[in-house]
Design a protein around this ligand. Structure first.
Ligand SMILES: *Cc1c(COP(=O)(O)O)cnc(C)c1O
Length: 375
Protein backbone atom coordinates (compact mmCIF):
# COMPACT_ATOMS: atom_id res chain seq x y z
CA UNK A 1 0.00 0.00 0.00
CA UNK A 2 1.32 3.48 -0.86
CA UNK A 3 0.29 5.77 1.95
CA UNK A 4 -0.87 9.26 1.27
CA UNK A 5 1.67 10.67 3.71
CA UNK A 6 4.65 9.34 5.63
CA UNK A 7 5.95 11.82 8.21
CA UNK A 8 9.47 13.00 7.36
CA UNK A 9 12.30 11.28 9.19
CA UNK A 10 16.00 11.86 8.53
CA UNK A 11 17.72 9.61 11.09
CA UNK A 12 19.19 12.25 13.41
CA UNK A 13 15.95 12.86 15.31
CA UNK A 14 16.60 10.17 17.94
CA UNK A 15 20.11 11.43 18.71
CA UNK A 16 18.96 14.99 19.15
CA UNK A 17 15.98 14.02 21.29
CA UNK A 18 18.18 11.80 23.42
CA UNK A 19 20.53 14.74 23.89
CA UNK A 20 17.72 16.88 25.34
CA UNK A 21 16.85 14.09 27.78
CA UNK A 22 20.44 13.41 28.82
CA UNK A 23 21.10 17.11 29.33
CA UNK A 24 17.81 17.42 31.24
CA UNK A 25 16.67 20.21 28.99
CA UNK A 26 13.28 19.10 27.86
CA UNK A 27 11.11 22.08 28.70
CA UNK A 28 10.47 24.92 26.29
CA UNK A 29 12.97 27.43 24.87
CA UNK A 30 15.98 25.14 25.24
CA UNK A 31 18.99 24.86 22.92
CA UNK A 32 17.14 23.18 20.04
CA UNK A 33 14.29 25.68 20.11
CA UNK A 34 16.93 28.37 19.79
CA UNK A 35 18.61 26.58 16.89
CA UNK A 36 15.32 26.09 15.06
CA UNK A 37 14.20 29.70 15.53
CA UNK A 38 17.55 31.06 14.38
CA UNK A 39 17.53 28.75 11.40
CA UNK A 40 14.06 29.96 10.40
CA UNK A 41 15.02 33.61 10.93
CA UNK A 42 18.01 33.20 8.63
CA UNK A 43 16.15 31.22 6.00
CA UNK A 44 13.16 33.58 5.85
CA UNK A 45 15.02 36.81 6.72
CA UNK A 46 12.30 37.79 9.17
CA UNK A 47 12.88 39.89 12.28
CA UNK A 48 11.85 37.16 14.70
CA UNK A 49 10.66 33.56 14.81
CA UNK A 50 9.00 32.07 17.87
CA UNK A 51 8.46 28.32 17.92
CA UNK A 52 4.95 27.34 19.01
CA UNK A 53 3.03 24.19 19.86
CA UNK A 54 1.16 24.31 16.52
CA UNK A 55 0.34 26.54 13.60
CA UNK A 56 -3.10 26.90 15.14
CA UNK A 57 -1.45 28.34 18.26
CA UNK A 58 0.86 30.56 16.21
CA UNK A 59 -2.26 31.99 14.55
CA UNK A 60 -3.96 32.43 17.93
CA UNK A 61 -0.90 34.29 19.18
CA UNK A 62 -0.99 36.44 16.03
CA UNK A 63 -4.70 37.12 16.57
CA UNK A 64 -3.96 38.29 20.13
CA UNK A 65 -1.20 40.56 18.82
CA UNK A 66 -3.56 42.16 16.29
CA UNK A 67 -5.81 42.96 19.27
CA UNK A 68 -8.83 41.73 17.34
CA UNK A 69 -12.00 42.07 19.41
CA UNK A 70 -15.59 40.97 19.53
CA UNK A 71 -17.45 42.17 16.47
CA UNK A 72 -14.30 42.86 14.42
CA UNK A 73 -14.03 41.13 11.07
CA UNK A 74 -11.33 39.08 9.43
CA UNK A 75 -11.27 38.44 5.69
CA UNK A 76 -10.11 34.97 4.65
CA UNK A 77 -10.82 32.27 2.09
CA UNK A 78 -13.47 29.67 2.89
CA UNK A 79 -11.32 27.03 1.24
CA UNK A 80 -8.86 26.54 4.11
CA UNK A 81 -8.21 24.54 7.24
CA UNK A 82 -10.34 25.47 10.26
CA UNK A 83 -7.43 27.00 12.19
CA UNK A 84 -7.27 30.11 10.00
CA UNK A 85 -10.78 31.03 11.16
CA UNK A 86 -10.63 29.53 14.67
CA UNK A 87 -7.87 31.81 15.89
CA UNK A 88 -9.94 34.93 15.23
CA UNK A 89 -13.37 33.54 16.01
CA UNK A 90 -12.03 32.53 19.42
CA UNK A 91 -11.55 36.25 20.12
CA UNK A 92 -15.15 36.99 19.15
CA UNK A 93 -14.38 38.15 15.63
CA UNK A 94 -16.51 37.33 12.59
CA UNK A 95 -15.09 35.46 9.64
CA UNK A 96 -15.83 37.08 6.29
CA UNK A 97 -15.14 34.57 3.55
CA UNK A 98 -14.34 35.52 -0.01
CA UNK A 99 -13.99 33.31 -3.05
CA UNK A 100 -10.78 31.68 -4.24
CA UNK A 101 -9.06 31.78 -7.64
CA UNK A 102 -9.52 28.47 -9.41
CA UNK A 103 -5.93 28.43 -10.73
CA UNK A 104 -3.98 28.52 -7.44
CA UNK A 105 -6.88 27.83 -5.04
CA UNK A 106 -5.71 30.92 -3.10
CA UNK A 107 -7.90 33.81 -2.00
CA UNK A 108 -8.94 35.94 -4.99
CA UNK A 109 -7.13 39.17 -4.21
CA UNK A 110 -9.44 41.15 -6.50
CA UNK A 111 -12.42 40.36 -4.25
CA UNK A 112 -10.89 41.45 -0.95
CA UNK A 113 -11.47 45.17 -1.14
CA UNK A 114 -15.20 44.82 -1.70
CA UNK A 115 -15.49 42.74 1.50
CA UNK A 116 -13.94 45.45 3.69
CA UNK A 117 -16.26 47.19 6.15
CA UNK A 118 -15.56 49.61 9.01
CA UNK A 119 -15.27 46.55 11.27
CA UNK A 120 -12.57 44.83 9.21
CA UNK A 121 -9.33 44.49 11.13
CA UNK A 122 -7.33 41.70 9.55
CA UNK A 123 -6.79 39.98 6.21
CA UNK A 124 -5.68 36.35 6.57
CA UNK A 125 -4.47 34.94 3.25
CA UNK A 126 -3.61 31.22 3.07
CA UNK A 127 -0.75 30.08 0.83
CA UNK A 128 -2.35 26.91 -0.41
CA UNK A 129 0.05 24.11 -1.33
CA UNK A 130 3.00 26.40 -0.62
CA UNK A 131 2.12 28.62 -3.58
CA UNK A 132 2.10 32.30 -2.69
CA UNK A 133 -1.02 34.45 -2.71
CA UNK A 134 -0.81 37.77 -4.61
CA UNK A 135 0.97 39.44 -1.72
CA UNK A 136 1.81 42.70 -3.55
CA UNK A 137 -1.87 43.35 -4.12
CA UNK A 138 -2.94 42.16 -0.67
CA UNK A 139 -0.36 44.29 1.16
CA UNK A 140 -1.29 47.34 -0.90
CA UNK A 141 -4.97 46.92 0.03
CA UNK A 142 -4.06 46.35 3.69
CA UNK A 143 -1.88 49.47 3.79
CA UNK A 144 -4.49 51.64 2.16
CA UNK A 145 -7.20 50.50 4.60
CA UNK A 146 -4.91 50.26 7.66
CA UNK A 147 -5.56 46.56 8.12
CA UNK A 148 -3.23 44.00 9.58
CA UNK A 149 -2.22 40.89 7.68
CA UNK A 150 -1.74 37.45 9.22
CA UNK A 151 -0.44 34.92 6.70
CA UNK A 152 -1.43 31.32 7.13
CA UNK A 153 1.80 29.91 5.75
CA UNK A 154 1.21 26.51 7.38
CA UNK A 155 2.19 24.85 4.10
CA UNK A 156 4.64 27.53 3.05
CA UNK A 157 8.08 26.93 4.56
CA UNK A 158 10.91 27.17 1.97
CA UNK A 159 8.54 28.74 -0.56
CA UNK A 160 8.62 32.31 -1.82
CA UNK A 161 6.74 34.99 -3.73
CA UNK A 162 8.88 37.27 -5.91
CA UNK A 163 11.95 36.05 -4.06
CA UNK A 164 10.65 36.77 -0.55
CA UNK A 165 9.76 33.98 1.88
CA UNK A 166 6.08 33.23 2.47
CA UNK A 167 5.10 34.26 5.98
CA UNK A 168 7.25 37.41 5.92
CA UNK A 169 4.98 39.84 4.06
CA UNK A 170 2.24 40.35 6.62
CA UNK A 171 2.56 41.62 10.17
CA UNK A 172 2.63 37.97 11.21
CA UNK A 173 3.17 34.66 9.43
CA UNK A 174 2.40 31.18 10.72
CA UNK A 175 4.16 27.90 9.86
CA UNK A 176 3.06 24.38 10.73
CA UNK A 177 5.29 21.48 11.68
CA UNK A 178 2.49 18.97 11.99
CA UNK A 179 3.42 15.51 10.76
CA UNK A 180 1.56 16.14 7.49
CA UNK A 181 3.80 19.08 6.60
CA UNK A 182 7.18 19.20 4.85
CA UNK A 183 9.09 19.32 8.14
CA UNK A 184 7.63 17.96 11.30
CA UNK A 185 7.94 17.90 15.08
CA UNK A 186 4.79 15.85 15.58
CA UNK A 187 2.75 18.85 16.61
CA UNK A 188 4.31 22.27 16.31
CA UNK A 189 4.53 25.53 14.48
CA UNK A 190 6.17 28.92 14.36
CA UNK A 191 5.15 32.55 14.47
CA UNK A 192 7.09 34.91 12.22
CA UNK A 193 7.14 38.54 13.29
CA UNK A 194 7.96 41.16 10.68
CA UNK A 195 8.34 44.23 12.88
CA UNK A 196 10.59 44.28 15.91
CA UNK A 197 8.09 46.36 17.84
CA UNK A 198 5.91 43.27 18.37
CA UNK A 199 8.63 40.94 19.61
CA UNK A 200 8.44 41.76 23.31
CA UNK A 201 4.66 41.55 23.47
CA UNK A 202 4.69 38.28 21.52
CA UNK A 203 7.25 36.76 23.89
CA UNK A 204 5.12 37.77 26.86
CA UNK A 205 1.86 36.37 25.52
CA UNK A 206 3.62 33.14 24.50
CA UNK A 207 5.01 32.73 28.04
CA UNK A 208 1.74 32.95 30.03
CA UNK A 209 1.77 36.71 30.02
CA UNK A 210 5.12 36.94 31.79
CA UNK A 211 8.50 38.45 30.88
CA UNK A 212 10.24 35.14 31.52
CA UNK A 213 12.06 35.36 28.17
CA UNK A 214 13.70 38.58 29.33
CA UNK A 215 14.53 36.95 32.65
CA UNK A 216 16.26 34.05 30.90
CA UNK A 217 18.33 36.50 28.92
CA UNK A 218 19.33 38.21 32.16
CA UNK A 219 17.57 41.44 31.22
CA UNK A 220 15.42 41.51 34.37
CA UNK A 221 16.14 39.95 37.78
CA UNK A 222 12.71 38.44 38.29
CA UNK A 223 9.83 37.76 35.98
CA UNK A 224 6.30 38.93 36.60
CA UNK A 225 2.83 38.82 35.18
CA UNK A 226 2.74 41.55 32.52
CA UNK A 227 -0.21 40.85 30.27
CA UNK A 228 -2.77 38.21 29.37
CA UNK A 229 -1.21 35.21 27.77
CA UNK A 230 -1.08 31.50 27.34
CA UNK A 231 1.48 28.73 26.96
CA UNK A 232 2.46 28.44 23.35
CA UNK A 233 6.00 27.09 23.65
CA UNK A 234 6.82 23.53 22.65
CA UNK A 235 9.08 21.14 24.54
CA UNK A 236 12.69 21.16 23.43
CA UNK A 237 12.31 17.43 22.67
CA UNK A 238 9.98 18.34 19.83
CA UNK A 239 12.29 21.09 18.68
CA UNK A 240 15.14 18.56 18.61
CA UNK A 241 13.09 16.39 16.28
CA UNK A 242 12.42 19.36 14.03
CA UNK A 243 16.04 20.50 13.97
CA UNK A 244 17.16 17.21 12.45
CA UNK A 245 14.89 18.02 9.51
CA UNK A 246 15.76 21.69 9.18
CA UNK A 247 19.39 20.63 8.78
CA UNK A 248 18.31 18.71 5.68
CA UNK A 249 15.73 21.25 4.56
CA UNK A 250 17.18 21.75 1.08
CA UNK A 251 17.41 18.04 0.43
CA UNK A 252 13.89 17.29 1.70
CA UNK A 253 12.41 20.14 -0.32
CA UNK A 254 14.27 19.14 -3.48
CA UNK A 255 13.13 15.54 -3.15
CA UNK A 256 9.52 16.69 -2.93
CA UNK A 257 9.89 19.06 -5.87
CA UNK A 258 11.46 16.29 -7.96
CA UNK A 259 8.50 14.01 -7.32
CA UNK A 260 6.11 16.89 -7.94
CA UNK A 261 7.73 17.63 -11.32
CA UNK A 262 7.62 13.96 -12.20
CA UNK A 263 3.88 13.77 -11.47
CA UNK A 264 3.33 16.86 -13.54
CA UNK A 265 5.24 15.47 -16.50
CA UNK A 266 3.60 12.06 -16.42
CA UNK A 267 0.09 13.48 -16.09
CA UNK A 268 0.49 16.30 -18.64
CA UNK A 269 -0.96 14.17 -21.49
CA UNK A 270 -4.19 13.71 -19.49
CA UNK A 271 -4.39 17.45 -19.04
CA UNK A 272 -3.86 18.00 -22.77
CA UNK A 273 -6.72 15.63 -23.50
CA UNK A 274 -8.90 17.73 -21.21
CA UNK A 275 -9.49 14.89 -18.74
CA UNK A 276 -7.96 16.50 -15.67
CA UNK A 277 -6.45 19.81 -14.56
CA UNK A 278 -3.03 20.20 -12.97
CA UNK A 279 -1.75 22.79 -10.47
CA UNK A 280 -0.69 26.19 -11.74
CA UNK A 281 2.37 27.94 -10.32
CA UNK A 282 2.80 31.64 -11.24
CA UNK A 283 6.30 32.37 -12.67
CA UNK A 284 7.24 34.54 -9.73
CA UNK A 285 6.26 31.94 -7.12
CA UNK A 286 8.71 29.32 -6.04
CA UNK A 287 6.86 26.49 -4.30
CA UNK A 288 8.10 23.81 -1.93
CA UNK A 289 6.56 20.62 -3.30
CA UNK A 290 4.15 20.50 -0.41
CA UNK A 291 1.24 19.06 -2.33
CA UNK A 292 0.45 17.51 -5.67
CA UNK A 293 -3.18 17.57 -6.68
CA UNK A 294 -5.23 16.98 -9.77
CA UNK A 295 -8.73 18.20 -10.51
CA UNK A 296 -11.26 15.71 -11.75
CA UNK A 297 -14.42 16.58 -13.73
CA UNK A 298 -16.61 16.57 -10.61
CA UNK A 299 -17.14 15.00 -7.21
CA UNK A 300 -18.62 11.80 -8.60
CA UNK A 301 -15.61 11.17 -10.83
CA UNK A 302 -13.31 11.95 -7.91
CA UNK A 303 -15.03 9.35 -5.71
CA UNK A 304 -14.65 6.73 -8.42
CA UNK A 305 -10.98 7.58 -8.88
CA UNK A 306 -10.31 7.35 -5.14
CA UNK A 307 -11.92 3.89 -5.09
CA UNK A 308 -10.02 2.84 -8.20
CA UNK A 309 -6.69 3.93 -6.72
CA UNK A 310 -7.48 2.23 -3.43
CA UNK A 311 -7.89 -1.06 -5.29
CA UNK A 312 -4.44 -0.44 -6.76
CA UNK A 313 -3.09 0.04 -3.21
CA UNK A 314 -2.78 3.83 -3.47
CA UNK A 315 -4.25 6.18 -0.88
CA UNK A 316 -5.39 9.52 -2.24
CA UNK A 317 -7.34 12.14 -0.30
CA UNK A 318 -9.22 15.40 -0.64
CA UNK A 319 -9.79 18.06 2.00
CA UNK A 320 -11.44 21.27 3.11
CA UNK A 321 -15.17 21.19 3.16
CA UNK A 322 -15.59 24.95 2.64
CA UNK A 323 -15.81 26.65 6.02
CA UNK A 324 -18.76 28.88 5.16
CA UNK A 325 -21.06 25.89 4.68
CA UNK A 326 -19.90 24.07 7.84
CA UNK A 327 -21.94 24.42 11.07
CA UNK A 328 -19.42 26.73 12.75
CA UNK A 329 -18.97 28.72 9.56
CA UNK A 330 -22.68 29.45 9.48
CA UNK A 331 -22.52 30.53 13.10
CA UNK A 332 -19.34 32.59 13.09
CA UNK A 333 -19.05 33.84 9.56
CA UNK A 334 -20.57 34.87 6.28
CA UNK A 335 -19.62 34.56 2.66
CA UNK A 336 -19.16 37.89 0.93
CA UNK A 337 -19.99 37.88 -2.77
CA UNK A 338 -20.60 34.89 -4.96
CA UNK A 339 -19.28 31.39 -4.28
CA UNK A 340 -18.19 30.85 -7.84
CA UNK A 341 -15.25 28.55 -7.25
CA UNK A 342 -14.86 27.66 -3.56
CA UNK A 343 -17.42 24.87 -3.43
CA UNK A 344 -17.11 23.71 -7.02
CA UNK A 345 -13.32 23.46 -7.03
CA UNK A 346 -13.16 21.92 -3.57
CA UNK A 347 -15.30 19.07 -4.88
CA UNK A 348 -12.90 18.33 -7.74
CA UNK A 349 -9.57 18.35 -6.00
CA UNK A 350 -7.71 15.12 -5.34
CA UNK A 351 -4.36 14.97 -3.60
CA UNK A 352 -1.92 12.25 -4.62
CA UNK A 353 0.70 10.76 -2.27
CA UNK A 354 3.67 13.06 -1.76
CA UNK A 355 6.26 12.72 0.97
CA UNK A 356 10.01 12.91 1.45
CA UNK A 357 10.79 9.24 0.87
CA UNK A 358 8.30 8.64 -1.93
CA UNK A 359 10.28 7.04 -4.77
CA UNK A 360 10.35 7.81 -8.48
CA UNK A 361 9.08 4.28 -9.15
CA UNK A 362 6.12 4.85 -6.88
CA UNK A 363 5.24 8.11 -8.61
CA UNK A 364 5.44 6.36 -11.96
CA UNK A 365 3.17 3.60 -10.71
CA UNK A 366 0.63 6.08 -9.30
CA UNK A 367 0.62 8.21 -12.46
CA UNK A 368 0.15 5.07 -14.58
CA UNK A 369 -2.84 4.07 -12.50
CA UNK A 370 -4.40 7.51 -12.84
CA UNK A 371 -3.88 7.28 -16.59
CA UNK A 372 -5.34 3.77 -16.66
CA UNK A 373 -8.46 5.07 -14.91
CA UNK A 374 -9.02 7.58 -17.68
CA UNK A 375 -8.41 5.13 -20.55
C1 LIG B 1 -1.88 22.23 8.71
C2 LIG B 1 -2.55 23.53 8.56
C3 LIG B 1 -2.92 24.31 9.67
C4 LIG B 1 -2.81 23.83 11.09
O1 LIG B 1 -1.56 23.47 11.48
P1 LIG B 1 -1.35 22.83 12.96
O2 LIG B 1 0.13 22.91 13.13
O3 LIG B 1 -1.85 21.43 12.87
O4 LIG B 1 -2.09 23.64 13.92
C5 LIG B 1 -3.48 25.55 9.45
N1 LIG B 1 -3.68 26.02 8.22
C6 LIG B 1 -3.37 25.31 7.12
C7 LIG B 1 -3.61 25.89 5.77
C8 LIG B 1 -2.81 24.03 7.26
O5 LIG B 1 -2.51 23.32 6.17
Amino acid sequence: MINFNVPPFTGKEMDYMKETIENQKICGDGPFTKKCSEWIEQQTKTAKCLLTTSCTHATELAALLTDIKEGDEVILPSYTFVSTADAFVLRGARAVFVDIRPDTMNIDETLIEDAITERTKVIAPVHYAGVGCEMDVIMEIADRHHLMVVEDAAQGIMASYKGKALGTFGDFGCFSFHETKNFSMGEGGALLIRDEKYIEEAEIIREKGTDRSKYYRGQVDKYRWQNYGSSYLPSDMNAAYLYAQLELAEEITQARIDRWNQYRELLAPLEKEGKIELPYIPDYCSHNGHMFYIKTKDMEERSRLIEYLKKKEILSVFHYVPLHSAPAGLKFGRFHGEDKYTTKESERILRLPLFYKLTADQVEYIANQVRAFYQ
